[in-house]
Design a protein around this ligand. Structure first.
Ligand SMILES: [Zn+2]
Length: 198
């Protein structure tokens, strides 16, 4: 397969989570995977480009805290998550920003921009480039994994070398183990892009 998409990331200040920027040579638009220090990410990796949307791996604080800034900068940007994540973007307890002093309590300002994804869905990112959606709940009830060409964005459902954390209020240990095993199989010929820099 010839890869069209270019994948880069910055490591966010908060908990070393990552904001990925997906781009192609021929487009003025970019996509994000997760959303922390959004301005720095764009400044470093995508100056002058338009953000079409963001694919959320899950709606925990450290993966979403830049979302309202993103929507200020790009009011048309689409925010993708699953149905649990849609509710969590509206509730600072479910997205756990309430329990972290490092970031302000977060309730999404433009809930009309949110689109709900489920297992098997596909999102058209660029001409001829799709994101394929896998439900990988367990770490959190909002966990999705995305395959884009040869890249697999796993969030916190699978970070190579790190045990999956399943101690959050909406974690499910058994599901986390099943999801991790599934991702490991999927990842065999792919480049894993995890949710954190370790
Ligand atoms: Zn998490």
């Amino acid at each position: 397969m010839q890869c069209m998409v270019r994948v880069e990331y910055i490591t966010n200040q908060f908990f070393n989570s990552r904001t990925y920027v997906l781009s192609t040579k021929s487009s003025d638009e970019v996509w994000l995977v997760d959303c922390g220090d959004v301005e720095q990410a764009l400044d470093v990796l995508a100056k002058g480009k338009q953000v079409k949307g963001v694919l959320l791996t899950h709606t925990h604080a450290d993966h979403i805290y830049g979302i309202n800034r993103l929507l200020e900068l790009f009011p048309e940007a689409t925010v993708y998550t699953n149905s649990f994540g849609q509710g969590a973007l509206d509730d600072s307890r479910l997205n756990i920003t309430r329990y972290h002093n490092e970031v302000p309590d977060l309730v999404i300002t433009k809930r009309e921009n949110v689109r709900v994804l489920a297992e098997g869905d596909k999102v058209a990112l660029f001409d001829g480039v799709l994101a394929e959606v896998f439900s990988t709940v367990g770490h959190d009830a909002s966990c999705l994994t995305y395959q884009v060409e040869s890249y697999l964005f796993t969030g916190d459902s699978y970070i190579p070398g790190v045990p999956v954390v399943a101690r959050f209020p909406k974690s499910n240990k058994k599901q986390a183990a099943t999801s991790e095993a599934r991702i490991q199989t999927l990842a065999e010929n792919l480049t894993v892009c995890p949710g954190h820099t370790i």
